[in-house]
Every structure is written in structure tokens, then in C-alpha cells.
Design a protein around this ligand. Structure first.
Ligand SMILES: [Zn+2]
Length: 372
């Protein structure tokens, strides 16, 4: 008796079985089968497609890489720098812009490491002082340190990052929401003014890929490789609000040259990006680490880069492996299809023309960066 009672109670607790609607793709319902239990991150399909695989050792024109990091490239010793220059020669990189993300003695050490032996092959950029931002002397202190780094060889400031935790901050060290330093904060006005005065461009990472503000789960756009970057439900500004800090800052500092890296994290919507470029003439972009944005919309990306060739620059942001550079040449120059990408999206070559390649690789950087 009690057993029957238990069964009845138990089944009453179970949710009503509503059959899941079948997943329909391209008009065809997907059938169940042995692959249903496969983990998403283990799914690494092998392509049977027989298509050209063009290997390009060098770009069609010498290239300036406007986005690299000493830390990410594992540069510690002069031998590391020698090895990087050797790779740069092999892959056709004329100059690399190195973000040291440092100020003070660490910046000075890194400036010496790169510039003593290779003043023509590297530009070394400094970071920004973000200590004690509430102290009354903060604006002057940050601007003064920028000028000091400039005298030591800095030719720009960057990469300065605000993903919603405040400038150069992250989840672990973020201040309370109302205390955070965002790029349109008046406390940074002097720093942006000093950058303009010294002709130092600034590279800024604003927000992040928009999918980071969407929940992890069945509808998340990017693969599990990127889940560590997800910001959904976290104590950060919204994606839209961060882009507004960009616009307010651009409007307030028309004389400063701002390079928003990763296509300003809105490479998924080139129409919106075009509008912003038309509105703010001091806004420039790099394509670093957005191989997956341009590679999955080759026609749109080609039209965009053709139109804004004087506003967009080539950059990598992915270390210094030879195959990484070669991947970029293939993506930008060839008509190859279904190129294996970093996420599971395959890429399609953009087949850019000579004029756009020249501007993207070199000419825009030569005009914009400080080579004095
Ligand atoms: Zn970067």
C-alpha cells in the first residue's frame, strides 16, 4: 500500500512530459541518433571538401602589424626579439607595433629590449597608470607618465581595455560600478589631450565580442573555446553602454587619433560600424583577432575594407607563429573556400585587390602612426 502511494506521489512530482519540438535545419527536421550524446567541445568534423589550399609565405606588399603584445609573444630576452625579427623577415612583416602594457621601469626595460637593436622594426607603445584614480593628482600623474614614456621611446598608448569592469580592470580587481574609470571619464581628458599633443595614437579595446553578453547555452553564438570570456549576468556595463562611452570620448577629443582594435568589437555589423566611422573622423580600426568576423562574411567585409581602406589597419594579436601570419595572407588575399578557422566557423578568402591591400597592410599605418 505504502509503495503504491509512494509511486503515485512521485509521479505527481514529475513535470508533465511535453515533447520537444524537433530541430529543423534548412527546412529538414534533424533525426535523433548516436551523436546526440557527443560533447559540443569534442565535435571536430573533418572536411571532405576538395578545394584549393593556397599557401602564401609572404603578403603581396610589406605589412605593418599594428597589434602585437610582448607578453603574448613570450618576449623576455634579446634572443626572443632576434627570433621574432627572423620570423618577421620570413613572413613579410616590416614593423611590429608592440603593446608593452607597461609604464615606469618595466616600460623602460621593454623599450630598451626592442629599440636598442631594432629601432626600425618595432614600435613600442606604453600602457596607462591606473593606480589611485581617485587621488586629485591622478589626471596630471597619468599624463606626465605618458610624456615620460614618450621621451623613452613610446610611440603610442595601448592596448587600453574596458570590457565593462573599468579601464585596465577585470572581475578580480574591479571597483564598485559607480567608481569605475571608463574612457569618457573627465579624469582621462588630460591623458587624451597629451596623446594628441605628442602625436601618439591610442589603441583601445572597448566592450568585447557581443556574444559575450548573451547567455551560455544552446543559442550562444561562439563555441565553448570562448566561454571563459562570457560576461552574461556579470556586474559589468552593457555592450551598448560601452560603445556609447567610445562615441562620447571620440566627440570630446577630435584631435586625438583613436584606433579601436578588433573592428571596435562590432565587426559583426559593418553597417553600424560604417556609420560610426562616417560620424567620427578621428576613429580608426584594426582587424586584429577578428579573422572570424571578416572570414565568415567575405563579400560584406571586402566591400567594407574597400570603402574604409584609409581607416582600417592590419594587426594580428595572436602571438608570433609563422603559420599564424601565413593564415592571414591566405584569408585576405586568396579566394580559398572553407578555410579552417579558430572557432568552428570556416572562413572564406576575401581576395582583396592591390589598392586595399596596400592601404590595409602599410599605407594607412605610415600616415597615422608616429614614426619620428
Ligand atoms: Zn590585443
Amino acid at each position: 500500500m505504502s509503495r503504491i502511494f509512494l509511486i503515485i506521489t512521485f509521479s505527481a512530482l514529475l513535470p508533465a512530459q511535453t515533447p520537444k519540438p524537433p530541430v529543423v535545419k534548412f527546412g529538414i527536421p534533424v533525426k535523433e541518433g548516436p551523436m546526440d550524446s557527443l560533447r559540443l567541445k569534442d565535435y571536430t568534423p573533418e572536411s571532405s571538401l576538395v578545394v584549393p589550399d593556397t599557401r602564401l609565405a609572404k603578403p603581396r606588399f610589406p605589412a605593418i602589424d599594428v597589434h602585437s603584445h610582448s607578453s603574448m609573444s613570450g618576449i623576455k630576452t634579446p634572443a626572443d626579439v632576434d627570433a621574432w625579427v627572423k620570423t618577421m623577415d620570413e613572413v613579410g612583416i616590416e614593423v611590429s607595433v608592440v603593446f608593452t602594457e607597461a609604464t615606469g621601469p618595466d616600460f623602460d626595460r621593454q623599450a630598451d629590449l626592442f629599440l636598442k637593436k631594432y629601432p626600425k622594426r618595432f614600435q613600442v607603445w606604453c600602457g596607462i597608470d591606473t593606480k589611485d584614480i581617485e587621488a586629485p593628482d591622478y589626471p596630471q600623474r597619468a599624463a606626465k607618465e605618458l610624456e615620460r614614456c614618450y621621451r623613452k621611446g613610446a610611440r603610442g598608448a595601448g592596448e587600453l581595455t574596458d570590457k565593462g569592469w573599468g579601464l585596465q580592470s577585470n572581475e578580480k580587481n574591479a571597483l564598485p560600478r559607480n567608481k569605475r574609470l571608463h574612457i569618457d571619464d573627465p579624469r582621462l581628458d588630460l591623458f587624451w589631450q597629451k596623446s594628441a599633443e605628442l602625436k601618439l595614437p591610442v589603441n583601445i579595446h572597448i566592450a568585447d565580442h557581443p556574444s559575450n553578453w548573451k547567455a551560455l547555452g544552446p543559442n550562444q553564438e561562439r563555441s565553448p573555446d570562448f566561454q571563459g570570456f562570457n560576461l552574461f549576468g556579470k556586474d559589468v556595463s552593457s555592450y551598448e553602454e560601452l560603445l556609447l562611452t567610445r562615441d562620447r570620448m571620440l566627440a570630446k577629443h577630435p584631435k586625438t587619433t583613436f584606433i579601436f582594435c578588433h573592428l571596435s568589437n562590432i565587426g559583426n555589423n559593418t553597417a553600424a560600424l560604417a556609420k560610426t566611422l562616417d560620424h567620427y573622423p578621428n576613429l580608426y580600426l584594426d582587424i586584429a583577432a577578428r579573422d572570424y568576423e571578416i572570414g565568415r562574411q567575405p563579400h560584406t567585409a571586402r566591400a567594407f575594407l574597400n570603402r574604409y581602406r584609409n581607416r582600417v589597419m592590419f594587426g594580428t594579436d595572436m602571438g608570433r607563429e609563422k603559420s599564424m601570419y601565413e593564415g592571414w595572407w591566405r584569408l585576405l588575399e586568396t579566394a580559398d573556400e572553407y578555410i579552417p578557422g579558430r572557432i568552428w566557423w570556416p572562413y572564406y578568402g576575401l581576395q582583396l585587390g592591390d589598392e586595399t591591400l596596400k592601404s590595409l597592410y602599410r599605407e594607412t599605418a605610415l600616415k597615422l602612426l608616429n614614426f619620428q
